[in-house]
Design a protein around this ligand. Structure first.
Ligand code: GCV
Length: 682
């Protein structure tokens, strides 16, 4: 072989390798057509062209079949919902047709039957919140830099590659029903409202629009004074009111279908109406009025807490309940699922169902800030399912959280749900191949808040790993065990991090490893773990009963009484609501201390089991994703051990009781863990 031809063969081999490389970039969108399809559609538009193209590229039905796409009003079809029939899709809107196409293809690709069915979205707005900064960094991002923003001289320039990536992003979102994206961090930069930034937002909006996705922005409340040259940002000041009206008008000139603003105000140092003696309602309504002529909305966050509060968990309720009924109908109060902050397990925030005269939406966190970043395999749908199905009792039986936000219980003008995105520039978008499942699950639950996490996991595995049609062998040796791992993974994380109602005992700042010991002088108490676990020789846990902070009273009866009594409080929330002695008798008959030990140990054992399952699955998955996940699982296993050892050895100093002799001994000294796994920063 001469030099030229050997270089040629080398390039061929590299190309072949590249083609077979599996970096996860294609997400769950892998279905290739197995035949041709005739599409009948009387109208044309960019959205409908995408729908047709998707059908052609992914069709796995009968060869030469005819599919009719019809935009025809039907009262049973709501919003962007659709009707799927054996020979077509009917919808009221163009995005409805697109969602119907994705559903049809999903059914084909996962081997589900195609029957006549109407599918309506649970929420009008299904939104990703990106905590992306204008310099390209992402707060709590674990998958590389921002896909929207970047640093440097040409930071605002838009390249062809940007557009290609945004199109893929839009497609992935549309395929699971997501129809909105807040493009920047809630800790918002005032730069967002500058002309060059808005030009970039327009460019992004133009790419997302054909996929039915609206763009939204987070803005800083003090923008009028920071970039507008005004003396104040007081929401009742006429110049300030005008300033926002002019900004909003300018945005709609560029982006006629702009969605609205997301605001973090008077929270963690962010400015807000209270700086001027005004209320959250004053601030939100002032902005909502500016949006009224354009149909835009304001999503106002209820994530507020101050250092002088006796119990952080009570604060959002205390601040927002008195304002119920005072907000405009285009304001939605965005409430995190739990009362504290996206912990591995929290009871639902008592604001759900309690604010009856105000639109309320849930904020979930897809990015794993408190659940092992993009290192741990933690499938979050079981946590969200638990939350959405939590009984609030606010309107009697069946007032589950899902219904307090989707308009079926209260007459909300707008309904919405938000998920803090886990997307970055990493080839596989989410850092961990299995973290893609959380993006997928958020979209599917936002579309249908009744779906089970089992059904979503099943679909996602089939779409992401299978070479359709899946063989029985694959079902038995890959699908079933891997699904089991996913379904167990959140409980495992709770076990090895924070079982039995423990919460916020993380190492400071990065919220990855354990840090129950971290409480230096001078740091805000509610930023330190001892504030949350309250361990002393008498016992452990936060007393939120009527004798303690009385957080229980924010819940509707019978929950109030149920949570108030340790005998009836669900054990999963025990230390959230109670300070109990180490030898408190649990339902199992064991002491609280022993039970804590068994939970930590169980969590570690569960991850070890996940490793075994994955190693056995090797023949059924491509080498690249296999080894990436294998390596992450090893890391997770080591970290679970650190959690167990750190927490047990630390709490043992107070319990003064032995770690039950039938569980594995700690493998690391407490000093070593404290030294190596605690960053001494708040
Ligand atoms: C965007 C927590 C996180 C912060 C986040 C904040 C919020 O405190 O640690 O990074 O800030 O929640 O949701 O506003």
């Amino acid at each position: 072989m001469n030099m030229k031809s050997s270089i040629g063969s080398f390039i061929l081999i590299l190309t072949a390798l590249h083609l077979h490389a599996e970096d996860g970039h294609n997400l769950w969108l892998r279905g290739k057509s197995t035949g041709s399809v005739n599409i009948v559609c009387a109208r044309s538009s960019s959205t409908l062209s995408i729908a047709k193209q998707e059908l052609e590229q992914g069709w796995q039905g009968k060869d030469e079949a005819t599919v009719v796409l019809a935009i025809k009003k039907d009262k049973a079809i709501k919003g962007d919902g659709f009707k799927l029939t054996t020979n077509g899709i009917q919808a009221n809107t163009e995005p409805g047709i697109l969602y119907g196409v994705y559903e049809l293809l999903r059914r084909q690709q996962t081997g589900q039957s195609i029957q006549e069915v109407i599918s309506n979205p649970s929420y009008e707005r299904r939104i990703l919140n990106h905590w992306d900064n204008p310099d390209g960094s992402i707060e709590r991002g674990y998958a590389g830099l921002s896909i929207f923003w970047r640093k440097g001289e040409n930071g605002y320039a838009v390249t062809e590659n940007d557009k290609i990536l945004w199109r893929k992003y839009a497609r992935a979102n549309a395929s699971i029903g997501i129809n909105g994206a807040v493009l920047n961090n809630v800790n918002a930069s005032p730069l967002m409202l500058t002309a060059e930034c808005l030009e970039k937002v327009k460019a992004i909006a133009d790419v997302l629009r054909p996929y039915g996705i609206k763009t939204y922005l987070s803005v800083k409340f003090s923008s009028p004074s920071l970039i507008g040259g005004l003396k104040t940002s007081d929401p009742l000041d006429p110049d300030v009111i005008n300033w926002w009206k002019t900004r909003v008008k300018e945005i709609y000139r560029l982006i006629p279908d702009f969605g609205g603003f997301l605001i973090k105000a008077n929270s963690e140092g962010q400015p807000g109406p209270q700086d001027f003696g005004r209320t959250h309602a004053d601030g939100a309504n002032m902005m909502a009025d500016a949006f009224k002529p354009y149909g835009g909305i304001v999503m106002w966050r209820a994530f507020v807490y101050s250092p002088n509060s006796t119990d952080r968990a009570c604060q959002a309720y205390n601040e927002f309940m008195p304002l119920d009924g005072q907000f405009r109908d285009n304001v939605i109060i965005q409430v995190k699922n739990g009362p504290v902050d996206f912990q591995p397990r929290e009871p639902f925030s008592p604001l759900f169902g309690a604010m009856k005269k105000t639109s309320v939406m849930a904020e979930l966190q897809i990015t794993q800030e408190y659940l092992g970043h993009s290192i741990h395999l933690v499938y979050l749908a079981p946590m969200w399912e638990e939350f959405l199905k939590s009984e609030t009792w606010q309107e009697g039986t069946g007032s589950i959280v899902a219904r307090t936000t989707d308009g079926s219980l209260f007459p909300q003008k707008h309904t919405a749900i938000a998920g803090v995105a886990n997307i970055g520039l990493d080839a596989n978008w989410c850092g961990h191949h299995f973290a893609q499942a959380n993006w997928y699950a958020f979209g599917r639950l936002a579309w249908n808040n009744q779906l089970t996490s089992e059904k979503i996991a099943d679909e996602w595995i089939r779409l992401t790993f299978s070479k359709a049609p899946a063989s029985n062998d694959w079902n038995e040796y890959f699908l079933a065990p891997v699904k089991q791992v996913m379904l167990e993974s959140r409980e495992a994380a709770v076990n090895y991090m924070m079982p039995l109602g423990f919460h916020h005992i993380f190492a400071p700042q990065d919220h990855y490893g354990p840090g129950p010991w971290w409480g230096p002088q001078g740091v805000r108490k509610d930023w330190t773990p001892p504030y949350y676990h309250q361990a002393d020789t008498a016992g452990v846990g936060f007393d939120r009963t009527t004798k303690g902070s009385d957080a229980v009273s924010q819940y509707h009866e019978p929950l109030n009484s149920l949570f108030n009594d340790p005998e009836t409080c669900p054990e999963i929330h025990l230390l959230w609501f109670h300070h109990l002695s180490w030898d408190y008798k649990m339902k199992s008959g064991q002491t609280l201390w022993d039970e804590i030990c068994y939970h930590y140990d169980k969590g570690v054992q569960q991850v070890r089991q996940f490793q075994k399952v994955w190693d056995k699955a090797e023949p059924y998955v491509d080498a690249e994703r296999f080894s990436a996940v294998q390596s992450k699982l090893r890391n997770q296993s080591r970290n679970a051990q650190i959690w167990k050892d750190g927490c047990l050895l630390y709490f043992q100093q107070f319990s003064k009781m032995p770690i039950p002799y039938d569980i594995e001994r700690p493998m690391n000294d407490l000093d070593y863990i404290i030294k190596n796994f605690t960053k001494d920063r708040p």
